[in-house]
Design a protein around this ligand. Structure first.
Ligand code: UD1
Length: 417
């Protein structure tokens, strides 16, 4: 298995390109199953999760044709089963459920099950689809769903603003009979991107960007071309990389507006951020201060930035309290950061990070994508060598991570193994 070796201590200077958002690309690819025509997605990142989603959609019979940075998806569906062998690799596979039900009125999708960061049920997806007329049975680890008369509009109030449930229900509603209202909808920019694409495909949606989506179903959607929005989590991660090394980096394509509470937290920690000619310039000229962060649905602080921000806070002056409210088990990076010399104590859903003068390199590993990248950030600031094991987590969500960081002066390399 590949590893990444980092020799820390180099301030990052230079420019790097922010790719299309993984978490926008996955639902957009599922949306390609809503039409017989071609959906042409642009700015597609090269990531393991995109390959997994491509394989899933292709085994439903739908043509998935990559061409450089574009991906064309569309065609008839000839298989309604999403098998365990693929779904277990990536929870976002559940996003084919809404499109399958809407388009061919039946689906058999493996339950994703637990994952490293928590139990992560899909009950909100299923309840919403039931309200739209689907009959759902759970059997043998699979969701068996059918809507023989087609889905119909419904008023759905999500008890929690789930990203995936909002996306699944939004896609299903575009082809349902009548009007669907999704209240307490999640408002992440990736959902706005999905809605924008669905509108281009002929869907009728109001309230895009708000917590109430109103969808009037149409009989069919047509093909479209849509460029995927820039990845705000990749942007935030490299902003933390610039900050933790005390450097200055131009994040080309990065959008300040989509950083939400991350921008505020970084600024209160002493990081400067300005938009210049289509790039976000991130600079840390002076010391870092401890700043608190609590994860919340967008526009709150994203759970997908919690580990990276904690790595940054581990070398700040003073203390920071980092609270995780979205997932119950998302502090696995803490023991590894502590092995590198950080001083972090977890109490329930909160971690007290007392800043230390410096970190020291160590062999480390993590069990999920964002935890892994937080160890890369710590390695960039640490004295000596850090070896990050289980690099396949990074490959799920960061394209060309080591090339991008090396391009800004980091001493980092992949060791094939
Ligand atoms: C998406 C993102 C993921 C991010 C998360 C929260 C994608 C592909 N993944 O995941 O990177 O960390 O949003 O911003 O976009 N929940 C339920 N029942 C449900 C659905 C969710 O209880 O039916 C709970 C989950 O267990 C979790 C919380 O709601 O505690 C958030 O989940 P959700 O917003 O649905 O996240 P995902 O869509 O899985």
């Amino acid at each position: 298995m590949d590893r990444i070796r980092i020799r820390g201590g180099q301030p990052l200077h230079g420019a790097l390109h922010i790719g299309g958002a993984k978490n926008a690309a996955l639902p957009l690819m599922a949306a390609g199953m809503l039409t017989d025509d071609r959906l042409l997605l642009g700015n597609v990142p090269r990531l393991a999760d995109i390959a997994t989603m491509s394989a899933l959609i292709a085994q439903h019979g739908v043509a998935v044709v990559p061409d450089g940075r574009t991906l064309s998806i569309g065609g008839p569906i000839d298989n309604t089963e999403a098998p365990y062998e693929i779904v277990r690799k990536m929870r976002a596979s559940i996003l084919v459920l809404g499109p399958l039900l809407a388009r061919v009125r039946e689906a058999r999708v493996s339950l994703p099950g637990g994952c490293a960061i928590g139990t992560r049920p899909v009950d909100l997806h299923l309840k919403g689809l039931e309200q739209m007329g689907a009959v759902i049975r759970l059997e043998g680890g699979y969701v068996n769903a059918a809507a023989p008369g087609g889905l119909r509009g419904a008023v759905i109030v999500l008890p929690f603003a789930s990203v995936g449930a909002t996306e699944n229900l939004l896609m299903a509603a575009t082809l349902a009979d009548g009007r669907t209202e999704i209240a307490n909808a999640a408002r992440e920019p990736e959902i706005g991107d999905l809605a924008t694409c669905l509108l281009t495909m002929g869907a009728r949606i109001e309230g895009v960007g708000s917590d109430k989506l109103v969808v009037d179903g149409v009989p069919r959607l047509h093909g479209a071309a849509h460029p995927i929005v820039a990845d705000r989590i990749e942007t935030g991660t490299y902003a933390c990389a610039a900050a933790i090394t005390g450097g200055e980096v131009r994040l080309v394509g990065g959008q300040l507006a989509h950083l939400g509470a991350v921008a505020a937290a970084l600024r209160s920690a002493g990081v400067e951020m300005t938009e210049q000619d289509g790039a976000l310039v991130v600079r840390r000229a002076h010391g870092l201060h401890g700043a608190d962060a609590m994860t919340e649905p967008y526009p709150g602080f994203p759970t997908d930035m919690q580990a990276q921000f904690m790595a940054l806070m581990s070398v700040a002056e003073g203390a920071a309290m980092v609270t995780e409210t979205i997932f119950e088990n998302r502090f696995m990076h803490v023991p590894e950061l502590n092995r590198m010399g950080a001083n972090i104590n977890v109490h329930g859903a909160s971690a007290i990070v007392r800043g230390v003068r410096g970190l020291s390199g160590a062999p480390v590993m993590a069990t999920d994508l964002r935890a892994s990248v937080s160890l890369v950030l710590a390695g960039l600031a640490a004295r000596g060598d850090t070896i990050v094991n289980r690099v396949y987590h990074l490959d799920r969500g960061y394209e060309a991570l080591e090339q991008k960081l090396a391009g800004c002066g980091a001493d980092i390399e992949r060791i094939p193994g």
